[in-house]
Structure formats: structure tokens, C-alpha cells
Design a protein around this ligand. Sequence first.
Ligand SMILES: Nc1nc2c(ncn2[C@@H]2O[C@H](COP(=O)(O)OP(=O)(O)OP(=O)(O)O)[C@@H](O)[C@H]2O)c(=O)[nH]1
Ligand SMILES: [Mg+2]
Length: 462
Amino acid sequence: MSKSAADTTTIAAISTPPGAGGIGIIRISGPQSLRILQTIFRPFNAPCFFSSHQLNYGRIVRPNDGRIMDEVLAVFMRSPRTYTREDVAEIHCHGSFLVLQNILELILSLGVSLADPGEFTKRAFLNGRIDLTRAEAVIDILSAKTRKGVDLAQEQLAGALFVRIDSIRNELIQMRAVVEVAIDFPDEDVEIINREQVMEQLLQNVERPLRELLQHADTGRIFREGISVVIVGLPNVGKSSLLNALLREERALVTAIPGTTRDSIEEYVDIEGIPVRIIDTAGIREHADEVEALGIERARTLINKADLVLFMVDGSRKITGADVDLFRTIIHKSSIVVINKIDVRADDHGEEDLFKNKVLVKISAKQQMGITELRKSIFKMVTTGKEQWQEDACAPNVRHKDALIRAVHACERVEDGLQQGLTCDLLAVDLQECLDQLSEIVGVTTTEDILDAIFTKFCIGK
Ligand SMILES: Nc1nc2c(ncn2[C@@H]2O[C@H](COP(=O)(O)OP(=O)(O)OP(=O)(O)O)[C@@H](O)[C@H]2O)c(=O)[nH]1
Ligand SMILES: [Mg+2]
């Protein structure tokens, strides 16, 4: 499907989060925006002409009975210099959910539709103000959990990814033109295209930049979506104390009684820009009571899903057979062995020999010792083998990555075809395929399914 113009309905939604706040904002977009304001807004300083992009001070009044709904600031923004490129109105009222709801209901009663999640941004895309990568950046900004995540999303919103993809697309469009000329003159004796030159251009200006983008996709994913780290160990080794130490707050209950944590607890921590979901689990042991056994079962499921396991032992005592048995169950996972309670450690217990080839970090969760080193080890562990992050790099998401892989494959087929002397009409097919994949990333061509999948991730009002 190519882009269609957005429909001509007028939509409205509460754009600020639910709950009480200083200010709440209702956003309206579409051709009826001005009429709605004129109907429900009464300025304190009449007359009010709703000059575009200027705030007006007044009240929202219900037209049929004159009831005052709230004292507000209202702004009308004339198309096309607006978020959606349509006429937009915003009402800034008191941040009470009930006030907002009352005003929204009044607006809807005047023939306006409630906006779907992401519909304002979808309209901005359909009306050509932003491409699809920028629309996705808006979601990333809203959901980012670390400053680094916000920075990446802001870069993408500024067009970093779009510009790169667009320049590769332009290369492909030029190449396609060259090849198509050759299709039109199939009977010429001399070869119209210079195969070596096309090959060189393809390698340098298409395949190389595509591969660079792909290399950053995995690192980008870590910064965008984060990773999950689960703390595993026998009861009482200090798992909950470590969660608290990483969070610098008393989040989980800590007691000297083994089996304190029964259900898993999870929280986000920012580790050098990576949003890390830290999960504290029930200490794993035999002979647990029913509730604890359920917690242990859950812990095992979490271990399987985790990106990294922090395997914790109590460093104040000797490693037991139970520690080793438990370690065997996580041997297939990427893990760091955390030796806790070094503040009360008399001497070494030979952990280095037991946990051969493993990264070992010694800490005291209670005394906050070794926590910085542990954070560094976690960062190193999850970024090792990944492309070094460069400041100007952009981070393709999973959708982009899939399309990039398909584009690279198409590009390779063109290269093979050039070498094997395939005819230009066949080369053109794969060139077009490569181009199509890139067009899908920026949204020049996209299916309704892709758009739905993207915009339903938004919250209402955005
Ligand atoms: N000396 C010392 N004691 C610690 C340290 N870390 C934890 N403890 C103590 O060890 C006991 C158990 O700590 P928790 O954090 O509850 O241990 P846990 O692994 O979560 O235990 P379960 O939830 O029962 O599996 C508590 O009495 C803590 O105060 C440490 O670094 N040094
Ligand atoms: Mg615990």
C-alpha cells in the first residue's frame, strides 16, 4: 500500500497521563478543531480571534446549560505547522482526571471521535510530516528507560536513520535507472551497462552502509530494550541484599531466615545507559513449602528467559554440594559468579578452581563493596562481541533489522547476477527488491499490518 491521505474526521484525546497533575492537556486534530474551540471556549478578554499558535485565557463552558467546566488556556494551531499537519487545538486545563474526562466527553458529544492509540502520530506520518522511523522514535522517547535510550531516540527523531536509508535508496534508484535503460535496448551489440562500475557502486554505496547499520542493530537493541539479569543462588546467600544494593534502596525484604523471598521481584537499574531489569528470585532449595516451591518454579522459568545470570554464593562459608548442583543447572547460561559477604570472609574457599573460566566478582551487598565492579562486569558481559558503540551511530530496531537483512540478500543476488552475466531485466528485479525493503523501513511503502503493529504500541493521546 502506498500512503493514503489521512481521513477527514476530527479526533480528540487526553494527551497527559492518567492521574492528578498540575496541568492536563486535551488535544484535538482535524478540520473541526477551530469550530469545537469556538463552541466551548469563552475568553476572559473578548474578542478572541484564535490567532494561530497563540494561547488564549478563558473558560470551557458547556453550551447547552452554560455550566463552567474549568478555567483553561486554549490554543489553536492552523495546518500545516502542527504535529499532525492538520488543524490542531489544545486545551490546557487543571490536571484532574475528572475535569479532563468531562471536557473530553463534551468535545466528543459535538461529533468528534476518540483518537486511537498513536493516531495523532499516525496522521503526522500519513500526512507526510514525518517518516516511519521518526514515528517509531516518538514511541522510543516515550518508553525509554535510560538517558542513553532517550538520546538514541532523539537522534532517530532528528532523522539520523532516515537520512542514511534515504541516501542508500537514492543510490539504488539511480542504478535502477541505468539498468532499465539497458532493458529497453536489449538488441544492442555492445553492453550498455558497465558491469564493473555498477558492481563497485553497489558494494561501496549500498552493501557497505547496509552492513554498518546492521552491525549497530544488536547494540542498539540492548540500549533500547534493555536486558534481563536474574540473581540466582541458595537461600540466604544475599540475593535480595544485592537487588537493594544495585537499586540503592530497601526494595526487597532481607532477613537472616532462609526462604525470605518467595515470589520474584524485579526493578530497572541503569547500567552505563543500558536499562537492566534485575530480578531477585526465591532461593532455590529442596524441601521447600508449597508457596516457596511455586516461587522456585518461577525462578527456573525466569532463568531460562534471562540474558544473564548472576550466580551468587555465600563467600563467608565453604561452597557446598548444593551450590555446585545449582550451578550445574545454569551452566548453559551466560553468567557471572558473585561471591558475597566478603566483609565477613576469613579466607579464600577455592572458588576460582570450582568456577573455572567464569567471571568472578567479590562483593559485600550489605556493605556496598564491589558493586561498581559488578556493574562494570555486567556491562562488559552484555556488550562483548557487539559492535563498539559510536556516538554518531543510529540504532535500527527489530523491524528495521529484518528489512535490512532482506535488503542485503537482494543486494548480494544482484552482485552474483552481475558476475554471472545475468540479463538486465533479471538484475532489475533484485535491485527493486532491495529498494522495496528500504522503502518499507522509512514508510514510503508499507502495509496496513505494519502500520497497525507500530501505532498500536503507542499510548492514547500521542
Ligand atoms: N555480613 C554480610 N551479611 C550479608 C551480606 N549480604 C546479605 N547478608 C545477610 O544475609 C542474610 C540473607 O540476606 P538476603 O538478602 O535476605 O538473602 P537472600 O539470598 O535473598 O535469601 P532468600 O530470599 O531467603 O533466598 C541477611 O541476614 C543479610 O543481612 C553481606 O554482604 N555481608
Ligand atoms: Mg531474598
